[in-house]
Design a protein around this ligand. Structure first.
Ligand code: SIN
Length: 484
């Protein structure tokens, strides 16, 4: 808590737990035990309007800077994020629960987007198109879209902010971010570091809301906001889409997933087990890209189950700041109840329990790393996004069967399969209806690749060289009368 105590002194809207502020505020708690760790002053809907107006003013000067100047500020911010990695990691662990090693990994991952888009800022190239008229040229240019609003989740309190803020700033936009109510502290620290890096006031503003629906309504209806970028559930994404309709905002939506994880009989089973552990138990299973449905070819099913169980026994459940912890708590009691209900429903309908299977005896919001076998389609866990450390396993017979099963969902974010036959790798990779396919890997996230989903998993792509376009508009100028 050393780092956090020091940071609180520098953040005007954050108070330690002995100093409850008079102004409206929310309490940030440690998910492991629900104990308060800080108070944060909140912004109401009226104040949010003022924040947007400030962002509008900042946009005109920030977008007028050269790409090289924006790049310099972003590079400095990147360096400060890494220099403050210990602080940010501790805060991520305290407010989201993830183990400190994972939190450090998240800071590096988050910072990588800032470095990437600092460089991409200089490559927002336009085009000259041959005109269909005499004495004419057609010029296509990219321009910053304007003020952006971002609504970000608690499961990656740093990386989901940088993945939106870095391309927005690189493009020349200003941005207002509403972080999740569970995890505002890391967002406020990042805002301070951005100012320290030389970002002009008003260009990046964090609004912490105690009434997220009201603040969200302002962000999605204000005419000055030109784009909404949201990461969260499909249900909330659909609501925000509706709210954005009246002002026809551009949308970037990274929504829920229901990732299949397929193991074919020709796979390297040890590698598949390692990938399953990485994909399923990262952040206690609380990621949109977590393996959600395991399909194992029946000829290798028993071997996979036994080996996975041995690896799951190695996982260490505990407080994220405790040395050696590899799986932390769930974010809150509601999450614990939801996961427990999914497991009970599966058990009552015939699922086997190979490991875990219940809330941990140590109390708090911990759920045991779990393996359920013989999942059937009538179980809720077969269709819902689990968001917990539960591997739900089923067997399949043929390639055609498993592709049908894997695609039988409204979601289309991440998918994974393990196989060695090259023909199969191409066939299955093309047939999976997902925005991202991990082949012989359980980890697909990187700043260089386009992150995003199809179907009800979202719109647009984050990261990669495609990610900048989502924050820019195309304009074409028809230049005529140029002479011969
Ligand atoms: C998410 O869970 O929304 C993001 C996961 C990632 O970037 O790896």
């Amino acid at each position: 808590m050393i780092h956090l105590k020091n940071a609180i002194k520098q953040l005007p809207v954050v108070y330690d737990i002995n100093t409850r502020p008079k102004a409206p505020h929310l309490t940030v708690t440690d998910p492991a035990n629900s104990r308060p760790i800080a108070f944060v002053e909140t912004t109401d809907s009226k104040e949010t309007e003022a924040v947007i107006e400030k962002a509008e003013k900042a946009f005109s000067s920030w977008s007028a800077k050269t790409a090289k100047d924006r790049c310099k500020v972003l590079k400095k911010w990147h360096d400060l994020l890494l220099e403050n990695s210990d602080l940010l990691a501790e805060v991520i662990t305290l407010e989201s629960g993830k183990p400190i090693q994972e939190a450090k990994g998240e800071v590096a991952y988050g910072a990588s987007y800032v470095e990437w888009f600092a460089e991409e800022a200089k490559r927002a190239y336009g085009e000259m198109v041959p005109a269909p008229w005499q004495d004419a040229e057609i010029l296509v240019m990219k321009q910053a879209i304007g003020v952006v609003a971002a609504i970000t989740p608690w499961n990656f309190p740093v990386a989901m902010i940088t993945r939106k803020v870095a391309p927005a700033l690189a493009a020349g936009c200003s941005i207002v971010v509403k972080p999740a109510e569970d995890t505002p502290l890391s967002a406020l620290i990042m805002e301070k570091l951005a100012l320290d890096a030389g970002l002009p006031h008003g260009t990046l503003q964090i609004v912490v809301a105690d009434n997220p629906a009201k603040v969200g309504a302002v962000l999605t209806s204000h005419s000055a906001v030109k784009k909404l970028s949201f990461t969260g559930s499909t249900a909330v994404g659909k609501l925000l889409m509706k709210q954005c309709a009246s002002t026809v905002k551009k949308l970037g939506l990274e929504l829920g997933g229901n990732a299949p994880f397929i193991v074919f009989e020709d796979a390297d089973i040890d590698a598949a087990v390692a990938g399953a552990i990485a994909s399923k138990y990262r952040n206690a299973g609380q990621t949109c890209v977590c393996a959600n449905r395991f399909y194992i070819q029946s000829t290798v099913y028993d071997e996979f189950v036994e080996k996975l169980a041995l690896s799951v026994q190695e996982l260490k459940l505990g407080h994220g700041l405790k040395e050696g912890t590899t799986v932390g708590p769930l974010i809150n009691q509601a999450a614990l109840l939801k996961v427990s209900a999914l497991v009970e429903d599966a058990k009552s309908k015939g699922a086997g329990v190979k490991s875990g299977g219940q809330a941990a005896k140590m109390g708090g919001n911990y759920f045991e790393p779990t393996i359920l076998t013989d999942i059937t389609l009538d179980m809720d866990i077969a269709v819902e996004e689990i968001f917990g450390p539960i591997a739900a396993l089923n067997r399949f017979e043929t390639e055609q069967d498993v592709i049908k099963l894997a695609n039988d969902t409204p979601y289309g974010l991440a998918s994974y399969f393990y196989a060695r036959d090259v023909g199969r790798i191409f066939r299955v990779g093309k047939a999976l209806e997902y925005g991202m396919v991990g082949v012989n890997t359980g980890i697909i996230s990187t700043e260089v690749a386009p992150f995003g989903g199809i179907k009800e998993s979202g719109l647009g792509r984050e990261g990669s060289h495609y990610g900048l376009d989502d924050f820019m508009e195309l304009k074409y100028m028809a230049l005529t009368g140029l002479g011969r």
